[in-house]
Ligand binder design. Sequence first.
Ligand code: PLP
Length: 375
Amino acid sequence: MIYLDYQATTSVAPEVADAMRPWAEERYANPHSPSRAGREAAAAIEMARKEVDKLLGLKGGHIAFTGSATEAINGALKGTVEKARRAGSKRNKLITIATEHAAVLDSCEWLEENGSEVVVLPVERDGRVDLDRLEQVLDNRTLLVAAMLVNNEIGVLQPVAEVAQMARAAGALMLCDAVQAYGRMEVPRGPDLVAISAHKIHGPKGIGALWMRKSAEPAPLIHGGGQEAGLRSGTLSPALCVGFGAAAKLACERVTRDYDHVQKLWLAASHALGVGWTVNGSVHHRYPGNLNIRREGLDGARLIADLRDIAFSLGSACASGSGRPSHVLKAIGLDYREARSSIRLGFGRYTTQKELVEACERIAAAAYAQEKLDA
Ligand code: PLP
């Protein structure tokens, strides 16, 4: 199989699997227990936390491990609203963007049903938010602005540093979903809360983290043993934390090399696909490991069925699973036919140029065959 679905998930790096193995097998002590084995597990978790934090590279805050980035985002949004409510704050407005991940949009919708005011900003045709529109809706009732750095479907970058600066000037907090950027490119300074996930950087599934600026910590939503400084109770998994740490350490060592590699792959893929394809979203403001393209008349779902040994996607993994048209493609102004004719190729560290070119040539040939058949 040629794997071109790096936005959905990534393989576990061999170094990560090696680091996790002892903690999944014989080193099973509870990291919150005072026994010697427990303290050793706790120490391994703290080492991992340092690596995860170092790769993020932000100052003045700390990391709490969560079960996923989805959990980190839910906790950041709902916990911030809860904290403001308890403090009797008049700030009750959340601002976000139409192309955010469902973890953000659905949490905002839930919060709206429960009394928050929510503003969802549209994006331009290139997938970027218009900062003038943001300026218009930011006010002294705004509690938080949520903006992702790299879009999971179209790879477009939002101006996160500017959004964070504007939010701060209005006295609001800023949450950045950095899941698709973390370990692949630099995360700008400015956000108060940052959600990340291990399985997008060749770490294990089932673990994410929330970085919180000091004093921007949300109220806890999960109560119990008081782990993670009371923010997120529940026994941590040393194997998952150590795996996340090992993946972060590896990414820290390789981030520039990986990015250069991905840039070369983008050029090779674009060349191998040939003419007749249009890139969805900005070509300039994007992460190059995401090639979301469309072709007049193409049936993307049929293409995926025709090329079963190439793993690629229609929109985001969740959007394709549900059969719903992608809210991101819709937000950038694509109609149903254009969205249906869009595919997403995602590549990264372990993709070779040879396999990518082979896949792109086969995709181009299958698309051409479809055209002939339908003509
Ligand atoms: N945000 C973005 C941009 C994502 O791509 C994903 C995963 O697809 C998530 C959030 C959710 O991450 P997790 O799978 O860790 O819950």
